[in-house]
Design a binder for this molecule. Structure first.
Ligand code: BTN
Length: 246
């Protein structure tokens, strides 16, 4: 991998690559030399990754980006930051004509089809860093559903899609406005609006986490970004897991 061309001006340093294995892997490999608030984006990825080892198909025409923060947000704020980004992506998609919902914690769906996903990762070498990976289908729909059977969609199904770089710049500027103080809770004051964006809110869901499966009604998210599920035994909060409709 080699460092790509830089584009500016912006509070973020933008690094554009024509192709790369994975922008997250690129940022991880160069975390020691890339500046805080560097956004790396690529036209295509050959080994794009999703959560839980899934493949992220990355044909030309989509947005494949990784945002580097170093030092990283505090551990309790890190998962809330990706939820903040998920909510901002929904706002952007709605502005582009697609009513998007957050499938907690890291998927963005339109009409029950996946349009975008987030992949937050952390590390400590050579100094602590955090990367928020983002994939969004803009011009084309990847051919295959993901390994969970979620069908894909793209923004092109809802109108003329913007250029990937324009989507990235829009997200960065929304992120800077929504979270100007990096020591602050990224979700402060945003729980109600994010709750309104939750996929399956009020619906029956199954949450798989480790060997456990919890069934109940999805009733919202807590201040800490955990998902809240009303079960027969009472309402429980979960910090991780994979949601499915019942
Ligand atoms: C998911 O839905 O499971 C997360 C998908 C994240 C995909 C993006 S594309 C840019 C960045 N580089 C990767 O390899 N993955 C993320």
């Amino acid at each position: 991998m080699t460092a790509g061309g830089r584009v500016g001006p912006h509070p973020w340093t933008l690094v554009h690559l024509e192709t790369v294995g994975s922008t997250n892997d690129y940022v991880k490999a160069f975390a020691g030399v890339l500046a805080d608030r560097t956004a790396v984006y690529a036209d295509t990825q050959s080994t794009g990754r999703g959560r839980d080892g899934r493949v992220w198909a990355s044909p030309p025409g989509g947005l494949y980006a990784s945002l580097l923060l170093k030092p990283p947000p505090s551990p309790e704020h890190a998962s809330r930051l990706s939820l903040l980004a998920a909510g901002l992506l929904c706002d952007m998609l709605e502005g582009a004509g697609a009513r998007a919902l957050v499938k907690w914690p890291n998927d963005i769906l339109v009409e029950n089809r996946k349009i975008a996903g987030l992949l937050p990762e952390y590390g400590t070498h050579p100094a602590p860093w955090y990367v928020l990976g983002l994939g969004m289908n803009l011009a084309t729909v990847p051919r295959l559903p993901d390994a969970r059977g979620l069908e894909p969609t793209s923004l092109a199904s809802y109108g003329t899609p913007p250029e990937p770089a324009a989507v990235l710049l829009d997200l960065l500027s929304r992120l800077d406005s929504a979270w100007p103080d990096r020591t602050a809770d990224p979700l402060a004051g945003r729980i109600p609006s994010l709750t309104a964006r939750l996929w399956q809110l009020g619906g029956m869901v199954r949450l798989a986490r480790g060997g456990e499966t919890v069934t109940g009604t999805l009733v919202g998210i807590g201040d800490d970004g955990s998902v809240r599920i009303a079960t027969l035994g009472g309402t429980r909060s979960f910090e991780s897991g994979e949601l499915r409709p019942l």
